[in-house]
Design a protein around this ligand. Structure first.
Ligand code: SAH
Ligand code: SF4
Ligand code: F3S
Length: 444
């Protein structure tokens, strides 16, 4: 431990919120062993890239970044460079063979071993640990909040995924689904509230299937959500992601009954066509999905619904695409993340189906989806004109030091002239103007 003193590490994170949360776990593990977290890449002794494999583009970005690291290592041959996360798990030793500059490879379940792995690198060896675990949840690790605004924090409540959507690399990169002990989740939420944070986002690939058994006692996701929401009415609770097949009425009722559980649900639909959904192995139909949307809209008035859409999946026809556009209209999504299908090696789709929608068609379909979503988002924001929302202040607006920005419960960004309140406090704001991305208002 002493010998690690003054050795600085820098973590660069790609991918989803869970990866950002993992980087905070890595920072904690290394700090406990005497290493020091640094936000300056150029003076760090150890550089770790926590990577994502979800689309080819995500991996390409990392490969490009490694070229830059090569120049850093030329200047400083003592620099240790490590690859962490999903791309480390997926590509195993392949990248190390091509990119001789990598000293260390650690998959998402190997972070406890990082101090030993770094020791191995110090003794002149390459270090690799990509063993996935059935039970690692890092429950006892107290994450170090990196890049924090001091207001909102992420808490991982489960790891892995076993849904095997046919396009998706996550089950291979992250392994078996496992839930974290609720006591440790509640402890972490309490801790961060005491530190002044006012918003937690509970994270998992499919939070609806959260399940913890101890003796005769079981905790499901709505139960956990209630416990966290019950800690303090000043603590906002969000969560991501919900798989539509597992979103039930108990969860909808729980969200409706706690004012501090945010009225925003991220419910990735992926496609509006039953043929495509079937091929994607999503295990719900377009009709079932729309039924859930109706239930949310009727039981949680004012709740926003966001989604993920993949366009150009294998065999997707023009009629399938039209059905996606129609479903978007019918669901009236408030916002959406939209992607062109990217074939991932080793997945069910890569093994069984042809990536046969031409690139130009994928692009045009994506454009149509983005244009429609732009209209839907803009309509959603226009409906908020004149409304008064409780906004949790996150910080100074990027555009002007005279303005604050924050979010309302519906997860929309709200910008307004500064008030006497500080970041981390709540203020009521009336919406005066809107763009398709932001609400602009005045404190009332
Ligand atoms: N667990 C979440 C999603 C995690 S990945 C869920 O099931 O909804 C985030 C999003 O990336 C997915 O919802 C999907 O829209 C997109 N995605 C996943 N694999 C992809 C691929 N191979 N090509 C394009 N987009 C993909
Ligand atoms: Fe991937 Fe499907 Fe799991 Fe989401 S639920 S992470 S899309 S396999
Ligand atoms: Fe990417 Fe892994 Fe997250 S593949 S999206 S970093 S779980």
């Amino acid at each position: 431990m002493i010998e690690n003193k003054n050795r600085k590490f820098f973590i660069e994170t790609y991918g989803c919120q869970m990866n950002f949360s993992d980087s905070e776990i890595v920072a904690s593990i290394l700090s406990n062993e005497g290493f020091e977290a640094s936000d300056d890449l150029l003076t760090a002794d150890i550089v770790l890239l926590n990577t994502c494999s979800i689309r080819e583009h995500a991996e390409d970005r990392v490969r490009k970044r490694l070229h830059y690291f090569r120049s850093l290592k030329k200047k400083n041959p003592g620099l240790t460079i490590g690859l962490l996360g999903c791309m480390a798990e997926r590509t195993k030793t392949a990248l190390m063979e091509v990119e001789q500059l990598l000293d260390l490879i650690a998959g998402p379940d190997s972070y406890r071993h990082l101090p030993e792995l770094l020791g191995k690198v110090d003794s002149g060896q390459k270090a690799i640990d990509i063993i996935l675990s059935a039970d690692e949840t890092y429950a006892d690790i107290n994450p170090i909040r990196l890049d924090s605004n001091g207001v909102s924090a992420f808490i991982s409540i489960m790891r892995g995924c076993e849904n095997f959507c046919s396009y998706c690399v996550v089950p291979y990169a992250r392994g078996q689904e496992r839930s974290r002990d609720p006591k440790s989740v509640i402890r972490e939420a309490k801790d961060i509230f005491l530190q002044g944070f006012r918003e937690v986002t509970l994270l998992g690939q499919n939070v609806n299937s959260y399940c913890w058994n101890e003796g005769a006692e079981t905790m499901n996701f709505p139960g956990l959500l209630e416990q966290i929401a019950g800690l303090d009415s000043q603590l906002r609770v969000r969560f991501a992601t919900s798989h539509p097949k597992d979103l039930g009425s108990e969860l909808i009722k729980t969200i409706a009954s706690y004012p501090n559980i945010c009225k925003a649900i991220h419910l990735p639909v992926q496609s509006g066509s039953n043929a495509v959904l079937d091929k994607m192995n999503r295990k719900y139909s377009r009709e079932e999905y729309l039924e859930k949307i109706r239930a949310i809209r009727s039981l949680i008035p004012g709740c926003t619904i966001s989604t993920d859409i993949i366009t150009g999946f294998c065999d997707e026809t023009e009629s399938d695409h039209k059905q996606t556009l129609e479903l978007m209209q019918e669901a009236g999504f408030d916002s959406a993340f939209t992607f062109k299908y990217s074939e991932r090696p080793q997945t069910l789709a890569a093994d069984h189906y042809k990536d046969n929608v031409p690139a130009g068609v994928k692009e045009r379909r994506l454009r149509e989806i983005i244009e429609l979503q732009h209209e839907l988002s803009s309509a959603s924001n226009h409906r908020d004109l004149g409304e008064i929302f409780e906004v949790l202040i996150e910080g100074e607006s990027k555009r002007s030091d005279k303005q604050y920005f924050g979010r309302n419960s519906q997860n929309k960004v709200v910008v307004f002239l500064k008030t006497a309140q500080k970041p981390g406090e709540y203020v009521n704001v009336q919406v005066k103007r809107v763009t398709s991305a932001t609400l602009i208002g005045e404190a009332v």
